[in-house]
Design a protein around this ligand. Structure first.
Ligand code: IPE
Ligand code: IPE
Ligand code: MG
Length: 248
């Protein structure tokens, strides 16, 4: 596993899977008297920086919360801005991500998305499918309760038509029916903007994730803030319900 040291002291292990709730674009803009859309545009720049930095640091999987199932309740104009930025991000950044050997995955409900947005997301996954570098998981039209309900639907389907026995439905089994079952749970979940909640993000997978809440608004996020969050993570002691490791 990759070891890093940001402050010249001994290296520590980089979390394998980091997930980020990119929050605070609107407040970043409001604080500057700018429209919320400008905050979202600057948020995409922060995302570019962060993907680059995460790759350099040696993070294996980066999951980003880009649009929640509940974000449809925002004004139409803001939804248009956000969808426009997703399109732009894929059109402009996909080839660079691919060049950098990044593998793109998407979690969330695709069924209800328009054909063009669904097509772009599929194109991103398809183009980068065989890449072996960092995995970038884009949570789009994503809600964790909805994901768990989808898993329940798929597992019910397996009971009905593939002979799965209800007695064999364990937590591990249910995990196999989530949107990205092959990926490990996030080690670290970062939320920017000072809010301290998960807002329906990765509820199943966050059972033992370390949570780091930062006051920074997302458009100001950069490599330094990412390193701060990882340093904080490195100071945590993960016990998974067991006892502290001997000698620590
Ligand atoms: C995060 O910023 C981006 C999305 C939710 C898509 P917000 O738009 O939530 O910004 P605030 O929280 O209103 O400042
Ligand atoms: C969570 O942020 C969703 C994303 C970052 C995409 P929100 O801004 O939607 O969450 P709440 O409404 O403050 O809980
Ligand atoms: Mg918000």
């Amino acid at each position: 596993m990759a070891k890093v040291s940001f402050d010249g002291t001994s290296g520590f292990e980089v979390p394998r899977h980091v997930a980020i709730i990119m929050d605070g674009n609107g407040r970043w803009a409001a604080a500057r008297g700018l429209p919320r859309g400008e905050g979202h545009r600057r948020g995409v720049e922060a995302l570019r920086r962060t993907v680059r930095a995460a790759g350099e640091i040696g993070i294996g999987i980066l999951t980003i919360f880009a649009f929640s199932s509940e974000n449809w309740s925002r004004p139409q104009s803001e939804i248009r801005d956000l969808l426009g930025l997703l399109r732009l991000f894929i059109r402009k950044d996909l080839s660079e991500l691919n060049r950098n050997n990044v593998r793109v995955r998407v979690i969330g409900d695709r069924e209800t998305l328009s054909d063009d947005v669904r097509g772009l997301l599929e194109e991103a996954e398809e183009l980068t499918r065989n890449n072996s570098g960092m995995t970038l998981v884009v949570a789009f039209n994503y809600g964790a309760r909805q994901e768990i309900a989808r898993a329940a639907q798929r597992i019910a389907e397996a009971v009905v038509s593939r002979g799965l026995s209800p007695a064999d439905i364990s937590a591990d089994k249910l995990s196999e029916f989530m949107d990205a079952p092959d990926l490990p749970d996030p080690d670290l979940i970062i939320r920017t903007s000072g809010e301290q909640r998960l807002s329906n993000f990765l509820l199943w997978q966050s059972a033992y994730s370390e949570l780091v809440f930062m006051p920074t608004f997302w458009p100001d996020f950069d490599r330094t803030t990412l390193e701060q969050a990882i340093s904080e993570y490195a100071r945590r002691e993960r016990r998974f319900g067991g006892l502290a490791a001997a000698g620590t």
